[in-house]
Write a new protein. Structure first.
Ligand code: DON
Length: 598
């Protein structure tokens, strides 16, 4: 892998740091009017009686006891403050949670271009107050001209062409997915829900410090493929406080608002952007666009200690892998003390086993028979649990490849005043996707092709070692880890709307927020601030965020036979929890996100 493969991977810190400095005077349109996730720990928040105070290691950078955002009626939590604002705007105009989620989806395509997109794809899990549930798969698919070995060089070595440049993109699904969701479960017109997005693109918005950092850190990639005129005018990345207008994107959005998905998949705009891409060496054609369809699927339904989960089935691995992990953990009468070596061992071992299955068996169900029933079966989980030693590591294999960092997807959660809930995760894969900016239509294209096993048995960008099931085939969806999830309480009422970004760590970060709330009885804010542990089978080691565990716990784990890796953040979660009198919203303290409720 050359440097461009890792280029976009070092962006984790973008937007992840917040000072405790006082909130500055709001700038009209700014996306960071203050420090949105630097929630106060001023003692003003009284958690519900069933919550237990969390204790984190002394060196851990996020403090327990933060105050969540509260909304008596509704809540939107996303990584982009303007995205959350767009959702709330639609809710206040009378839209439901699906209307608002679609509004957020288009708004973040403008205001959060590193991950929000119309050139990528995603997944949506819906739970309506009347009991209806749905899961929408609008994952990208491999172009019809894709071939199994298309990313190998003449010597059979993996190149970086699945990550960067014009051949890295799957056929985008975002516009098809968002419009399909609105048509089936929304109450407003496309033109109405796209009002905020079009306004952000046409009138512009003030670039905030997180976005400015993002442009600066990714300037080389953006400059390589035509994004300069918009994001690096005069050769310099747009600075915080400047206004960003995106007229080409505004035209595309207006066309979509007027004509629906066909404006993106057929006709002049589609011709223009596909020929622009092909001119640069890409392989997506009008036939690919005509063939693209989002797919309504049955959510994966599972139970955990009496709670119910609704989550995303394949082509994402997220729901099955979370379910398998929680089924393994459910067999323990209680989980070991939070932050202890036992905690890391038990959670890590459960993830490790679930990821072994994920990496080999899960793939696009249109191409591969996926054993969902077996993998989500509690008796099967019990057999896996029996292989976990009391305090010793189980080697996955001898292959040992470093986990790579990457935080370039985005999750948002929406709850409306009727109790309808939507969990959506969407991505370009890497920050700014393949780097290819379609100047004629104003958007970045994804590099989702890297989520395939471009060379089965060899690690991808995330260090995931995946098998033949996820090899490239034309028209196939690449396996994802995206895990939009809705948790219902023991009475079947909405409890949590949750999801994350972070490649394979989506699975761990999403499920750990759930475990922190359900098992460790943390408040939602603490559940989000808490240190996380990750294991993805290969590389065969436990991965922690720096200072997430004490040196003594690390020593114990090494003595148990674990490789212990430390690094940067695991996931960026946006979650909503129903509490007495309304909803709490929390954006991950690792991000510049912002919940807005009312
Ligand atoms: O679908 C997936 O699993 C990945 N493309 C998600 C990528 C992601 O979360 C980027 N950040 N790490």
């Amino acid at each position: 892998m050359n440097s461009s493969r890792t280029l976009a991977l070092g962006m984790l810190l973008v937007g992840a740091c917040h000072s405790g400095s006082p909130v500055p005077t709001p700038v009209h349109g700014a996306t960071d009017v203050g420090t949105p996730t630097a929630l106060a720990t001023d003692g003003s928040y009284v958690p519900a009686a069933d919550r237990v105070g969390a204790v984190f290691p002394a060196a851990w950078r996020h403090k327990a006891g933060r105050v969540p955002v509260f909304g008596a009626h509704a809540m939107v939590a996303s990584d982009a403050p303007l995205g959350s604002a767009a959702g709330v705007e639609i809710l206040k105009r009378g839209g439901n949670a699906v209307d608002a989620a679609v509004a957020v989806g288009f708004a973040i395509a403008v205001a959060y271009p590193e991950a929000g997109n119309i050139g990528g794809g995603g997944y949506m899990v819906i739970h309506l107050a009347d009991g209806r549930v749905a899961a929408l798969d609008y994952r990208e698919m491999a172009p019809l001209a894709a071939t199994r070995d298309m990313y190998l060089d003449a010597n059979g070595n993996l190149t970086d062409r699945s990550v960067v440049g014009p051949t890295a993109s799957g056929v985008p699904g975002a516009v098809a997915g968002l419009t399909a969701a609105l048509a089936k479960y929304g109450t407003m017109s496309l033109a109405e829900v796209m009002i905020p997005a079009i306004r952000y693109a046409e009138d512009g918005f003030i670039v905030d410090s997180a976005l400015a950092n993002s442009f600066r850190s990714n300037a080389k990639l953006i400059a390589e493929f035509r994004g300069s005129a918009v994001f690096l005018p005069n050769g310099a990345p747009l600075a915080a406080g400047t206004r960003l207008k995106q007229p080409a994107l505004a035209r595309t959005l207006r066309a979509i608002a007027a004509r629906g998905r066909s404006a993106f998949y057929e006709g002049a705009i589609a011709e223009a952007w596909t020929s622009e891409l092909r001119g640069a060496g890409g392989i997506i054609t009008m036939a690919d666009l005509a063939a693209y369809q989002p797919v309504w699927r049955e959510p994966v339904r599972s139970t955990y200690r009496g709670y119910s989960l609704l989550t995303m089935p394949p082509s994402s691995s997220g729901g099955v892998t979370i379910t398998e992990t929680l089924n393994i953990l459910e067999g323990y009468a209680s989980l070991p003390a939070y932050g202890s070596a036992g905690w890391a061992h038990v959670l890590g071992s459960a993830y490790q086993r679930a990821f072994v299955d994920r990496n080999e068996k899960l793939a696009d169900p249109a191409f591969v028979k996926v054993p969902i029933a077996q993998l989500t079966d509690k008796a099967y989980a019990a057999r896996l649990r029996a292989t976990i030693g009391s305090m010793r590591a189980t080697p996955t294999s001898t292959l040992n490849t470093a986990i790579r960092d990457g935080m370039e997807t985005t999750h948002y959660s929406v709850v409306d005043d009727k109790g309808n809930a939507v969990a959506t995760t969407t991505t370009l894969n890497n920050l700014y996707g393949s780097g290819v900016y379609v100047a004629s239509a104003g958007f970045f294209l994804n590099d989702e092709m890297d989520d395939f096993a471009a060379q089965p048995g060899k690690p991808n960008m995330f260090g995931l070692v995946q098998g033949e099931a996820n090899a490239i085939q034309p028209g196939k969806r690449m396996l994802s880890a995206m895990s939009p999830t809705i948790v219902l309480d023991r009475e079947g009422a909405l409890l949590l709307v949750v999801g994350s970004r972070g490649g394979p760590r989506i699975i761990t970060s999403t499920s750990e927020v759930i475990l922190n709330v359900l098992d460790y009885r943390m408040t939602l804010a603490d559940a989000m601030s808490a240190p996380r542990v990750h294991h993805q089978a290969l590389p065969d080691s436990l991965y922690f965020e720096r200072d997430a565990i004490t040196p003594a716990v690390a020593d114990s784990l090494r003595a148990m036979g674990y490789g212990v890796a430390m690094g940067r953040g695991i996931g960026l979660v946006n979650a909503i929890m129903r509490v007495r009198g309304g909803f709490e919203g929390v954006s991950d303290p690792r991000s510049a996100g912002k919940p807005i409720g009312y």
